[in-house]
Design a protein around this ligand. Structure first.
Ligand code: RB5
Length: 160
């Protein structure tokens, strides 16, 4: 196992799984920045997806862990931050392939959809799998080069 620096974040629907995984990661020797939330009070998942994504994009951490009820909304938010490739994952194979093929740097889990044991296994697989490069590299480069907004709009052309 290679020790990593990881940022973790969750909304109220994902906080229990996030806390459990943070403890698990720290027990395994990883360095974790816990971006919250820290209790059951209702919060908005985009705030926590953004907080994790900004740390990944800034290079403060190598990887991000996001949890909400489904792992979907928080991934949508995280993916708005340039340089972030967040993947919603609920099985070990997806966790492996999104690292190997997509060079995903944020794993997103849904506490309402996945048990803690599978979540731990998927997370460990995600952290332990390297990007394969090769034929996948130009595809990931195309993802990274995508501009916000639909093609041909002033926003995407940088004119507005
Ligand atoms: C919160 O109720 C829920 O909508 C949120 O955690 C997440 O599942 C959104 O994608």
């Amino acid at each position: 196992m290679v020790v990593k620096r990881i940022a973790a974040g969750a909304d109220h629907a994902g906080v229990r799984l996030k806390d459990e995984l943070v403890n698990h990661l720290r027990a395994g020797g990883h360095e974790v920045i816990d971006c919250g939330t820290h209790g059951p009070d209702r919060v908005d998942y985009p705030d926590y997806g953004e907080a994790v994504a900004r740390k990944v994009a800034a290079g403060e951490v190598e990887m991000g862990l996001c949890v909400c009820g489904t792992g979907i909304g928080i991934a949508m938010a995280a993916n708005k931050v340039p340089g972030v490739r967040a993947a919603t994952v609920h099985d070990v194979t997806s966790a492996r392939l999104t690292r190997a093929h997509n060079d995903a740097n944020v794993i997103c889990l849904g506490e309402r959809l996945i048990g803690p044991e599978l979540a731990r296994e998927a997370l460990e697989t995600f952290l332990d799998t390297a990007f394969e490069e090769g034929r996948h590299a130009p595809r990931v480069a195309k993802i990274n080069a995508l501009l916000p907004g639909p093609k041909g709009t002033p926003e995407s052309e940088g004119e507005g």
